[in-house]
Design a protein around this ligand. Structure first.
Ligand code: OSB
Ligand code: MG
Length: 369
């Protein structure tokens, strides 16, 4: 296939509720909604997942747009590509910028799956027909507020609850939640808010039977996570620290974690996510699919990825309505009894809604050579 045209839509959407984490608050999301078009007029779709500020990783919506426009799109246009795995090789002169790369690599995967008459799940080698949905709850104003949220999500059927923690809002809150919901599959995400000096404090979480603690220490600190994992019982899950298969190999060799949160954007695309999944499967590391508060196109990729065999833990894969008044795909993603059906129709399996995309687009640029 040859990509002859790329349409970049700068879409701006407002989350129904602000999302609070240890690194800051997210309410508005700028998204590059990317349509790649091949020589036969077929379309593939992708979505950039970087946040507005460089607080989770160093990438932002603007750096994604810049890298796409000035480097990645020129590298891709009018190139003969037989499989999306080649995209990573084509992009290899450009360092890092994983979310920018993933945004357009995803569109090539969608296009490839459609041309091959396959669902994205089948194209990736997925086996699950439905996936288990977990929910990530941002930091709340009060315990009562948090309890109410948890109750609501449990009623909706979510299979596990993730709570964001930070220094000052951790042990006491987890203790209260555990007392109120003794049997709920529960985990905590610190988004790098602690240091090794907090080891004794973090060890207090061991008594609450958490599934895991996600990314307690520095975003690029695989060594101290290994020290921490030896000192606490709660399994460590890495998120920010893992940006490539090489990072995974180092973490596994050092014993820095027992679980990995795979985010397609953070690891540079679906091919890399699939390879990390495979390596983890062979090395006894459980994986689950994280989220970046994506709109529908990004969610569709998460759902297809989660259909792979070693995604044995529920991901942060809530339905469209949890995030948006109206999503940019048809049908919207729905969670029924805590499950999301993996679409069997070709490509990402949801139809991007051109009208809604247009409604939220603040700027469009078309690239062709
Ligand atoms: O750390 O997993 C995270 C959202 C934005 C950035 C980082 C994270 C998150 C979430 C929410 O936890 C996941 C989602 O519901 O999409
Ligand atoms: Mg996280």
């Amino acid at each position: 296939m040859i990509i002859t045209k790329v349409i970049m839509n700068h879409v701006r959407m407002r989350l129904r509720e602000p999302f609070h984490t240890s690194f800051g608050t997210i309410q508005d999301k700028d998204i590059a909604v990317i349509e790649v078009i091949d020589e036969k007029g077929n379309s593939g779709w992708g979505e950039s997942v970087a946040l507005p500020d460089p607080t989770y990783t160093e990438e932002t919506f603007k750096t994604n747009w810049h890298i796409l426009e000035d480097y990645l799109i020129p590298l891709l246009l009018n190139r003969e590509i037989s499989h999306p795995d080649e995209v990573g090789v084509i992009f290899s002169p450009i360092r890092r910028n994983y979310m920018a790369k993933a945004a357009i690599e995803g569109a090539v995967w969608d296009l490839y799956a459609k041309r091959s008459d396959l669902s994205l799940s089948d194209a990736l080698g997925g086996t699950r027909k439905s996936i288990e949905a977990g929910i990530s709850i941002g930091i709340q104003q009060s315990k009562e507020e948090l309890f109410k949220k948890i109750e609501g999500y449990l009623e909706e059927g979510f299979k596990r609850i993730k709570i964001k923690i930070k220094p000052g809002m951790d042990v006491e809150i987890i203790k209260a939640v555990r007392e109120r919901f003794p049997d709920v599959p529960l985990m905590a995400d610190a988004n790098s808010a602690y240091t090794l000096k907090d080891t004794d404090h973090l060890r207090k979480l061991d008594e609450f039977n958490l599934l895991m603690i996600e990314q307690p220490l520095g975003a690029d600190d695989i060594i101290n996570h290994a020290k921490l994992q030896k000192a606490i019982k709660t399994p460590i899950c890495l998120d920010e620290s893992i940006q490539s298969l090489d990072d995974v190999k180092k973490a596994v060799e050092l014993g820095s974690c027992q679980i990995i949160n795979i985010k397609i954007g953070r690891v540079g695309g679906l091919s890399s996510a699939r390879d990390i999944h495979q390596y983890c499967k062979e090395n006894g590391i459980a994986v689950w699919c994280g989220g970046m508060l994506e709109a529908g196109i990004g969610r569709a990729f998460n759902i297809a990825l989660s259909s792979l065999e070693n995604f044995t833990l529920p991901g942060d894969t809530a339905g469209s309505a949890r995030y948006w008044e109206e999503d940019i795909i048809n049908p919207e993603v729905v969670v029924v009894d805590g499950l999301i059906e993996v679409p069997s129709s070709i490509g990402i399996g949801y139809e991007p809604n051109r009208e809604t995309i247009k409604k939220y687009t603040v700027n469009q640029t078309i690239y062709s050579k």
